[in-house]
Ligand binder design. Sequence first.
Ligand code: GUN
Ligand code: ZN
Length: 470
Amino acid sequence: MMKIQNQTNSTYSPGMPVKGIRGQILSFHDDPFLKEPHECYDYIDDGLIVIQNGHIIDSGEYQDTVCKYPDITDLDVYDDALIVPGFIDCHVHYVQSPMIGSFGDTLLDWLKQYTFPTESMFVDKGFADEVAREFFKQLLEHGTTTANVFATTFETSVDAFFEESERYDTRMISGKVLQDRNLPDSLKDRSAEESVVLAERLLKKWHRRGRQLYAVIPRFAPTSTPQQLRLAGELYQRYIDQDVYMHTHLDEAQSEIDWVKELYPDQSNYTEVYRSFGLVDKRSVMAHCCIVTDEEWDTLHRCDCGVAHCPSSNLFLGDGMFRYWEAKKRSRPVRLGIGTDVGGGTNFSIPRQLGDAYKVAMLQSRSIDALKSLYLATRGGAETLHLEDKIGSIAPGYEADIAVIDLKPSEFIVWRMNFAGDIFEKLFVLMTLGPDNINRATYVSGRKVYDRDREKRYMYAAELDAVIQI
Ligand code: GUN
Ligand code: ZN
């Protein structure tokens, strides 16, 4: 079949099914913390996204673009909506979905009281399957198309997660959690050696299978023996050039930092503990980073790590307060995205995290505007996960993962929007008021896997392919 190159190298195959999405489009191509903010995004009032074979092949003004694709077979048109790249959740525990919103404890007690007993239940594959199904529905309903996800100790928890992800064809990152001390026997790895052998087996099974990606995941320094951290670091280093990740928690709460200091009195800080085991490197993603020293920010910058800011979780657990201006300091910026950290976080919505991020900043006499917030939720997340050439933007060549935000999700907001000016003022209202039904539709690899107004709201890739080919 003849292929025509368009301006940015993605290919269009005439005669093959083509899908279009029409409406207001907003997408970032650069980091507004580091560059002139208004030069970092593209906004089109009446735009068209053209999709073929799961990829965006074109995007531009509707009138200029539509005439190039006479064979668009399927066009979705959205009024009073904003079409954005699918949201990216840089840190979340799918296995904590059953205990989200549990009352009354700070981090270390909350882990003992609620988290560890819940995660122990994932030894049962049937339970893991059920939770994975519910988790994906929550993500897709809220417009999240990629997440960096903790499973737990058991192989069952990893298989259940990736199997469900394959059904939707979502681009996801996950892996077995490595944890061999300071937790109940029901959740503990039997030995450091055995745990890392299992992690490598799962890595070989799932990494780069379709859109799935694997992460080496030591839970946090206190729940691994030094031997497990050493073996985890070696595993990560063996596969780092094949794009395997390392994902863990860092500097979330003072009680945790104090504990790490007791366990490793000779290390100058918490980041150095991980670094001494080969865990701080170019594909490492650190969740939280609330209480971070200058030396640690320097190390995270030098090693090109990603950081996931999880504001609703930090507020709920009474952790530390994240300082985005330190994370994005121009002399040593890090890759920065947003995480829900469910079940520490209290909802699955990235826009609602943005509302909380604003408040965390305001408690420290700073603010963070909607422009920078939307960047963090999309392109910033993709950069954090080193996927900025594949997801997080709406442009030719990108994977067609898209969310459609309702600009009029309730009667009151319809009225409130009369007093909002440009698109960023409207977005700020939405992230601040945080309505639950903000997302109308979610596309994954070009397929509408979630549609708020369809009789069957969630559909797997194969079900959709049976209806229409894209
Ligand atoms: N630190 C270690 N484990 C966890 C966890 O499950 N949640 C949070 N928020 N912090 C952690
Ligand atoms: Zn977490």
